[in-house]
Design a protein around this ligand. Structure first.
Ligand code: ZN
Length: 138
């Protein structure tokens, strides 16, 4: 069976939670490169993070589930400037593919080691803002 990369994650915890989401919906999936990332987080960016691999016949449904999770998250984190929910949590430099991993780590306040700064970007007004949940520990 062929497997396709559905998403990539910066941290072990994020990747496992996403995989758990899909498994609970009977999606056949597994994580690639998770050992490398767990042992040496510095290497994560070099190898592109942990890859969530999904069985090809189920990829559409898997992406749908991931998308739904994203929309739920956006609805809870509207842009403070204009109120739009058309926002994305992005790395600087931009790396929008990691939205789900970021979403999970924010919820759990997992504090995965990240050298890259992440901000929310509003696609309606262009406003960028930091995540308040992650910053409260200071
Ligand atoms: Zn906005």
């Amino acid at each position: 069976m062929d497997f396709i990369i559905a998403a990539t994650y910066d941290s072990y915890i994020d990747a496992h939670l996403a995989m758990g989401n899909l498994l609970s919906e009977d999606i056949n999936c597994w994580l690639k490169d998770e050992n490398t990332v767990t042992i040496d987080p510095i290497l994560t960016n070099a190898i592109g993070g942990i890859k969530l691999m999904v069985a090809e016949p189920q990829i559409d449904r898997a992406l749908d589930i991931l998308q739904r999770t994203k929309q739920q998250y956006q609805a809870q984190n509207p842009c403070p400037h204009c109120g739009s929910v058309n926002v994305e949590y992005v790395s600087t430099p931009k790396k929008a593919s990691n939205w789900l991993g970021t979403f999970v780590s924010v919820v759990l306040n997992a504090g995965a080691p990240m050298a890259i700064e992440k901000v929310y970007h509003c696609f309606d007004c262009g406003f960028e803002y930091k995540d308040t949940v992650n910053n409260k520990e200071t």
